[in-house]
Design a protein around this ligand. Structure first.
Ligand code: NAP
Length: 248
């Protein structure tokens, strides 16, 4: 059974990693896909072709998630091209890990801009078409680190905790319009962002994960599919931890 037939999904940062897996999962379930990237032109083109080959409409947009004007333009372009926006996944994000005494003001600002301001930028735009159609699902990528904190990740953790507060507030604001807003808090997932964890052995991390392994991008994509679809139509303002039990 296809869960997103003919829906339009806008996914930020889908040229790699979790965003790419979400785009593929949504397409498998019949959604038309608009997605963004920052610099990976070739990967974005390859994904566009792959999605089109799955029989859905697909288009990649080069758009900096941290730039308000770019988000405004993106939402307008996607609405024009695809007719509406039913689902928005705010996935684009970066990490700049450093102990606080070494963390520069520039690194702090970079993380806040890409991870937190980005969510304000695009959510403010996509609720307009969603309000018109009186339906919508917004999914924000937080992190287990935003829930628990982590030494050496204060900026990243603060941005991801901010996403949770934002998600709950927006859910309260727009629930009456039948627009839902939820967050996913992944644990450690195998992507470019976490490749450094394997240096010095992945096994020491597995001890902290009840399910004894890193997450796969598809684990997160499955959770996103649930939150995007009508399977979760009475779920809003929630943080779904997909972390192999790390949050316990
Ligand atoms: P990733 O492999 O590093 O991929 C990041 C994606 O975001 C890329 O497509 C990148 O585009 C895009 N991007 C980065 N900055 C952007 C910007 N300013 N504007 C537009 N696109 C931008 O990351 P990931 O591991 O898949 O993580 C995806 C999300 O999940 C992030 O929000 C991350 O914080 C969160 N998360 C990840 C983990 C994990 O263990 N991996 C755990 C918890 C939460 P380019 O390819 O063009 O650079």
């Amino acid at each position: 059974m296809k869960l997103l037939e003919n829906k339009v999904a806008l996914i930020t940062g889908a040229s790699r990693g979790i965003g790419e897996a979400i785009a593929l999962k949504f397409a498998e379930h019949g959604a038309n896909i608009a997605f963004t990237y920052l610099s990976s032109e070739e990967k974005a083109k390859a994904l566009e072709d792959k999605l089109a080959g799955m029989g859905v409409k697909a288009k990649g947009y080069k758009s900096d998630a941290g730039d308000y004007k770019a988000a405004e333009q993106l939402a307008a372009d996607v609405s024009k091209e695809f007719g509406t926006i039913d689902i928005c996944v705010n996935n684009a994000g970066i990490s700049r890990d450093n102990l606080l005494l070494r963390l520069t003001p520039e690194q702090w600002d970079e993380v806040m801009q890409a991870n937190l301001k980005s969510i304000y930028n695009l959510t403010r735009q996509v609720i307009k078409p969603m309000m018109k159609s009186r339906a919508g699902s917004i999914i924000n990528l937080s992190s287990i680190v935003g829930v628990k904190g982590n030494a050496g990740q204060s900026a990243y953790a603060a941005s991801k905790a901010g996403i949770i507060g934002f998600t709950k507030s927006i859910a309260a604001e727009i629930g009456s319009r039948n627009i839902r807003c939820n967050a996913i808090a992944p644990g450690f997932v195998e992507t470019d962002m976490t490749h450094y964890l394997k240096d010095g052995g992945a096994e020491k991390w597995f001890e902290k994960i009840p399910l004894g392994r890193f997450g796969k991008t598809e684990d997160i994509a499955n959770a996103a599919l649930f939150l995007a679809s009508d399977m979760s139509q009475y779920v809003t303002g929630q943080v779904l931890s997909v972390c192999g039990g790390m949050s316990m």
